[in-house]
Design a protein around this ligand. Sequence first.
Ligand code: ADP
Ligand code: MG
Ligand code: MG
Ligand code: MG
Ligand code: MG
Length: 710
Amino acid sequence: MGLLSTGHPLTWKESKPYIRQVKRKGIQQFIHLYHATRNRKDDCLRWGDEVEYTVLHVDKAKHKITLSLRAPEILAELQKQEHLQPEGSSVEVLWRPEYANWMVEGTPGVPYRCFAGDLELVEQNMMLRRLEIFSVLKKNEIVLSITAFPLLGCDEFTTPVEPVLGPAALSLYVPDAAINPHPRFPTLTRNIRHRRGRKVDIRRPVFPDQKTEKEFPVLPQGLASQNGHSDEINNHHVSVNHDAVAANSEVEEEDIILLEQLAKETTPDIYMDCMAFGMGCCCLQVTLQGKDMDESRYLYDQLAVFAPIMLALTAATPILKGYLLDTDSRWDVICGAVDDRTPEEMRNGPKKSRYDSIDLFVSSRKEMIPERYNDVEALLDEESYRTLIASGVDERLARHVAHLFIRDPLVIYEESMNVPDEQSTEHFENIQSTNWNTVRLKPPSLDSNAGWRTEFRPMEVQFTDFENAAFAVFTVLVSRVIIAFDLNFYIPISLVDRNMKAAQARDAVKQQKFYFRRNVFADNSHVPDRFKCACGRTHQARFSSSVQECCLSACSSCSDCELMTVDQIINGKSVDEPDSDHHSAFPGLISLIRGYLDAIELPPESAMKIGNYLDFISAKAKGELLTNASWIRKFVLHHESYRHDSVINDSICYDLLKAIHDINTGKRVEYELLGDFYHGKGDCNEVSAEMLQEMRTKVEKGPTLVASKD
Ligand code: ADP
Ligand code: MG
Ligand code: MG
Ligand code: MG
Ligand code: MG
């Protein structure tokens, strides 16, 4: 979340007359930006991660952990340093608000640079973030980097306990008091519901254990146990209706009727009814600045194809709303949580929620992206498209933007309608920032010197700074080999969609296969000499052509992609691997990265640390280490109070989160999760802003992450 606009947000009904105007202004703003920055060249690599943290309240006596709703207070404390900072200087960590009042987001204070040594700063910076948060917590609070709180939406899952059925979300499970009070967030919540015409409706399959029920009550115990629960709803009915007059009374009426029906029902899947179930999940994101627009656009496409693989590797969400699920990841839950499509649109409109994988590749490299790869139906906002084309935006970028603009602006500020389009990107950002896809193309910013950037958004946040740093660094290195070796990951988008589904399946790393491109070398002349191919053959001199030969040998006439495991994609496979469908070898991304790191001549100490991250990811991909999700699942299945009914009680939740906390502090060693790669924090308390500044200066003498092309 970047900067938040301030002002008075309009209700959905009030917004309607402005929607077209906002879109027109947004398009004009993009066109100005595009013409001002399309020829911007030779930007350096800059990049940064975003980690979302969860603040928890611990009641040792009751053996109960709940979500602490103190994030806004905590954030204010954390931001003090930034606000006190004199103009022109910087802090080591930036803190930003997030959707739920149990979340805060931390990023490096200044983006990382092109120096290879900056890769070593990431984990340290993440440790510093944790120390900063800990310093402002109360005695009975802890902070964890977990994707989802297991008991989100269960009885009394927050501290303090707040009433449900608030007017913004109208949720049976999550109080409005859990929504960040900045007007953007409750307005988003309510306007999604009003645009959609009813509450969001998210279903997730429960893991079928020996004693798992076939049906689950919709009404939460807390409401059900108060005799005459319909009173609760009826009383609410009355209070909502006041509010509804200003908003959109028809919708409220419909929702109330639905609530009353649902309250009597049971469902075979877990039912979740509000935005917080998705947007209350935490993730790990990485933003990378390209050298120019074309590079960022190319990276956007490549990383979109790579997204499902990283979703599978980082899967960390096997529990939601108190149940063990049959899936491992948050992704589709968030898609449902902000799905604002009307019933008519569900039938005839956009095929996906505004939160989902991408629909269109955007690179203009015509030689690489045959149009058939853009094979899913992607509606365009016709007026926006015509305006973009008429103003000289190339066809593929025009389609990309016009596709973003099929979505309506959800939060319009009264104050924003009269700002000249050359001076603002607010309306463009309004639409852009509510298209939540696996990747985001960020144009240069008017108010910083940031250039064209690509944001990688699929990853679930991991328990430890070590893991988060490893995945962030790995993402950066994947982006480096894509660019240095001019790799080509293109496969049809429909298959990327299919991979996104596979990535969320239980134990996807071990159980699923993913479509991946068979020959990723777009132009083999860029492959460095020291490359070791996982095909088992030795490729010494002129190895690049032999890699290509061996990758293609058996199947030059087959289609572009085939099904591979995450292990094969990351670690490679040889021609004769028994599991190999089409008997073609694949080099594996890790060996490409190692080749790249050799080529840039990483100093030995750096090579050790980065090598350790790569070994860790390699072991994860092989299935030698458990994903966060598989580890959580295993913890639950072995917990003494688990009754094999898929139900997560307070005691399991407490022990699970306590265990994660102990892993983080190094008190608990989990070999199955982290292997030998992580040895506990140990010296974590040593990290300080001064240390980081010193390290930053030191690494400026080292190599850069710039490809050495022969
Ligand atoms: P959002 O939530 O919209 O993605 P944030 O401001 O929270 O935006 O995060 C932006 C990320 O981009 C941070 O990780 C930050 O370090 C990084 N970043 C900032 N400036 C640049 C830049 N010029 N190039 C690449 N990344 C950048
Ligand atoms: Mg965020
Ligand atoms: Mg952010
Ligand atoms: Mg954001
Ligand atoms: Mg982001």
